[in-house]
Design a protein around this ligand. Sequence first.
Ligand code: C5P
Length: 222
Amino acid sequence: LSDRPLTGTKILITAGPTREAIDPVRYLSNHSSGKMGYALASAAKRLGAEVTIVSGPVALSTPAGCQCIAVQSALDMRKAVMSEVAKADIFIGCAAVADYRPAQQVEQKIKKSRDEMQLTLIKNPDILSEVAALPNRPFVVGFAAETQDLEHYARDKLSRKRLDMIAANDVSKQNIGFNSEQNALSVFWPSGETKLPECDKHSLALQLLDVIAEQYKEKQDA
Ligand code: C5P
């Protein structure tokens, strides 16, 4: 087997959190560090791929040789992904896209006056599902963070979002996953699964890319 199994392959990866503006100075977001997505980008590059990251705001530098498109909100991320995806052979949705955004984006800073204030939120588009629904879709890989019944929820997401593969991590464990250096993944695809035991995100990314490369080739040859 080649040590650069992704040579000639174009990979598009979403990474990091999104920021959903409330007003010009405030936003809603989450604790995603982008580390897993950036580790995947760097691993994919090492395995020979041409890599583009669409990244929410993170404190990481772009891995050498990768292209990075910086975005803020889920709507920005969707726009960037949709303009890049036609070129991609493989799409990996690793971003922690905010599920909801403020219904109204006000132009001026909200003043504190009343003792209570209400914020109405509306659902953001599911970028991963939208990519999977494209007529000429790439090989689509999603992520799932679950706190219970990992396999059940991951397989449900795999079929509901019509993915080719899903990598699931158990976020009930304190030391791994979200915003940490370590992670462990259970990977599911329609006809199989594999477990990648706990290790640092860089080794894990290389192992996951190997699994992706194998299933991607298999699907192409089918
Ligand atoms: O449904 P859930 O949010 O658990 O799915 C997680 C997967 O879907 C991740 O791969 C994430 O990047 C992707 N996702 C997305 N757009 C959203 C929400 C999730 O691409 N709005």
